[in-house]
Design a protein. Structure first.
Lengths: 109, 113
């Protein structure tokens, strides 16, 4: 089977940079996605890596290393509105997805 | 475009009752899926479909049925509700050729007493 691990909570101050890690175990996958979810809301897509390396989308970047079974989401210039839960998810060749347990980010003033 | 819509927003059931959670999308996406999310946890895939007439099981399919008669609709049926099915249910869709973005509906909060 597949499994993903994320830290349960991360705290940072406004304006700072924070990295949310995701380690996974799988025999194969297509890519790694990241989603944001505010309390009571639906998950929304942030970033995706099919290949090793860094993908940058505005203040958000995501990194993947297949050899290390590791990825991370980097959030720069943190804002209060970034306080939310963040999920990594493996996308499989069979078109199904497995999500990590999520990391709750708290941004302090 | 309305995107992905789900009804109802909230539902209370008694143990043993059946019900259907509705999901519709107007983006002509071939792929649709159902997830459940329990408090403080990630999303777990229940069932998914890569096109009309095609469905497959996800990680936690027991107690749920799906069908896909049209591209737009993907209803989730609870056959005999149990308290363990108390959860928030999300429907999602994406183009089949894309491995990237899934578009999620607003969710249905289900309480089984």
């Amino acid at each position: 089977g597949q499994s993903l691990e994320q830290p349960s909570e991360v705290t940072a101050v406004e304006g700072a940079i924070v990295q949310i890690n995701c380690t996974y175990q799988t025999s194969g996958f297509y890519g790694l996605s990241w989603y944001q979810q505010h309390d009571g809301g639906a998950p929304t897509f942030l970033s995706y890596n099919a290949l090793d390396g860094l993908e940058e989308t505005g203040r958000f970047s995501s990194f993947l290393s297949r050899s290390d079974s590791y990825g991370y989401l980097l959030l720069q210039e943190l804002q209060m509105k970034d306080s939310a839960s963040y999920f990594c998810a493996l996308g499989n060749y069979g078109q199904n997805f497995v999500f990590g347990p999520g990391t709750r980010l708290s941004v302090l003033p | 475009n309305a995107g992905v819509t789900q009804t109802p927003k909230f539902q209370v059931l008694k143990t043993g009752q059946s019900m259907t959670l509705q999901c519709a999308q107007d983006m002509n996406h071939e792929y649709m899926s159902w997830y459940r999310q329990d408090p403080g946890m990630g999303l777990r895939l229940i069932h998914y479909s890569v096109g009309a007439g095609i469905t497959d099981q996800g990680e936690v399919p027991n107690g749920y049925n799906v069908s896909r008669s049209t591209t737009e609709d993907f209803p989730l049926r609870l056959l005999s509700a149990a308290p363990s099915q108390t959860s928030v249910y999300f429907c999602a869709s994406k183009p089949s050729g894309s491995q990237e973005t899934q578009y999620f509906g607003p969710g249905t909060r289900l309480l089984v007493l």
